[in-house]
Design a protein around this ligand. Structure first.
Ligand code: FES
Length: 158
């Protein structure tokens, strides 16, 4: 069952839309679930669907279309490296390789201590800062170099 906190956040979101358009809040609702639980299970998709009067498959379609939703546990900190065109041209694949070596995991994996997950994502609209990555979809890190990555990982260690 969705927590009171999630329900309250969704209710606030629903005020932005006509009463018969509750599905408009689906992306926000999924975000609230992920913020609280760290990932979005099939049960959570059912819960969001029930709350918004949608079918589960319609919510699932949204959750699987956008790269920012974790459909499995992806660690306390999920690093998402943009591997779209501009970032790849600016070295995103080297960024991924460096992170894989530093963390000892591959894409879509989580470090054994459950701390850091690594995945790739689509263009984040800040190509000018390429190559870029986000931490938990909240913090954007650009112009990534091995030194900058080391600094970011050290900050996550604290
Ligand atoms: S291609 Fe990476 S932010 Fe646009």
């Amino acid at each position: 069952m969705l927590s009171t906190n999630i329900q309250q956040q969704i209710d606030r979101e629903l005020k932005k839309y006509p009463a018969d358009q509750k599905q408009s809040a689906v992306m926000a609702a999924l975000r609230f679930v992920q913020d609280e639980r760290g990932w979005i299970s099939n049960e959570a998709i059912d819960e969001v669907a029930a709350y918004l009067g949608m079918t589960s498959i319609a919510v699932y379609e949204v959750a699987t279309f956008y790269h920012m939703y974790n459909l499995k546990p992806m660690g306390k900190y999920t690093l998402t490296v943009c591997t779209n065109l501009s970032c790849t041209l600016c070295g995103a694949l080297d960024t991924v390789k460096y992170l894989e070596q530093k963390l000892g995991i591959g894409l879509n994996e989580v470090t054994p201590d459950g701390k850091i997950g690594l995945r790739e994502g689509e263009c984040m609209g800040v190509c000018i800062d390429a190559p870029v990555a986000t931490i938990n979809n909240k913090r954007l890190c650009g112009h990534l170099t091995p030194e900058k990555i080391d600094q970011i990982l050290a900050e996550l260690d604290k």
